[in-house]
Ligand binder design. Structure first.
Ligand code: PGA
Length: 285
């Protein structure tokens, strides 16, 4: 009979180390599975659309959404098409939201729309602080914080957009700018509000320019954002979706979304045709 009992202290030590390593592998696998974030693909239509365009785009997405896919989709049409979008998407897995909201409940704010009005059209999400709102319509960090808080209070999921300009990047100020934009909202709403929010990192120099951030550049800022959130609440940091935006298309999406802290995309130009948007979804799946 062969004696299989380990007597040699070295062998005993080695077997203990192997067991411990195996245990750590199992633990880290469970940890990763637990925090696995599904890819979220968001289409920001900006000021584009017509009833015909909405119908053809959404019908294309609806056909594709019937196939099982590990990517969640949400569209952000201009306000006038929300009723049409709601009617077309209400029985589907595709969500919708608005491109902005005013923090006030109602009142003399010509041209603005409240959170309650968005809920009347069953919006689930709302963009807050898109760089075009900041740059072209003068929304300050404080305005953005108020809009985020109004969305949060109403039960909408705010998609907070942050990002630096080219000059800011070239001056090495990317993290300072992104941190300032995040801090305004963290101070206004508190870390808890990020438990039901999405962050979109959109370098301004990459929006609509065809110039995408490299996956390394994007990952670096995404990790910075996640660390900042995690430093205040580890669970929220693990779960929050951080999307990349700026010239995402079917050719660059897979590389971007493969990065550890990039959980999907906020897509402008390539979200206006079903085939382009679905090419991104297929690349991400
Ligand atoms: P883009 O826009 O994909 O056309 O660059 C992105 C955005 O502004 O959200």
């Amino acid at each position: 009979m062969v004696d299989l009992t380990l007597h040699d202290p070295c062998q005993i030590l080695l077997s203990r180390i192997l067991r411990w390593l195996w245990f750590m592998v199992i633990l880290s696998r469970d940890h990763k599975d637990h925090f696995m974030r599904r890819i979220l693909l968001a289409g920001n239509w900006k000021m584009h659309g017509s009833p015909e365009m909405v119908a053809s785009l959404l019908n294309g997405l609806l056909v594709a959404s019937q196939q099982e896919c590990a990517v969640d989709m949400v569209v952000f049409p201009p306000f006038p098409y929300l009723a049409q979008v709601q009617a077309l998407l209400k029985d589907s897995d595709i969500s919708w939201g608005a491109q902005n909201l005013n923090p006030a409940a109602q009142g003399a704010f010509t041209g603005e729309v409240s959170a309650a009005m968005l809920l009347d059209f069953a919006c689930r999400y709302v963009l807050v602080g898109h760089s075009e709102r900041r740059a072209l319509f003068g929304e300050s960090d404080q305005d953005v914080a108020l809009r985020f808080e109004a969305a949060h209070q109403a039960g909408l999921i705010p998609v907070l957009c942050v990002g630096e300009t080219l000059a800011e990047r070239e001056n090495g100020a990317t993290e300072t700018v992104v941190e300032r934009q995040l801090d305004a909202v963290l101070q206004g709403s508190g870390i808890g509000a990020f438990g039901r929010a999405v962050i979109a990192y959109e370098p301004v120099w990459a929006i609509g320019t065809g110039k995408t951030a490299t996956p390394e550049q994007a990952q670096e800022v995404h990790a910075f954002i996640r660390n900042k959130i995690s430093s205040q609440d580890g669970t929220i940091g693990d779960h929050i979706h951080i999307l990349y935006g700026g010239s995402v298309n079917g050719s660059n999406a897979a590389d971007l979304f493969a990065r550890e802290d990039i959980d999907g995309g906020l897509v402008g130009g390539a979200s206006l045709k079903a085939e382009d948007f679905l090419a991104i979804r297929d690349a991400a799946a």
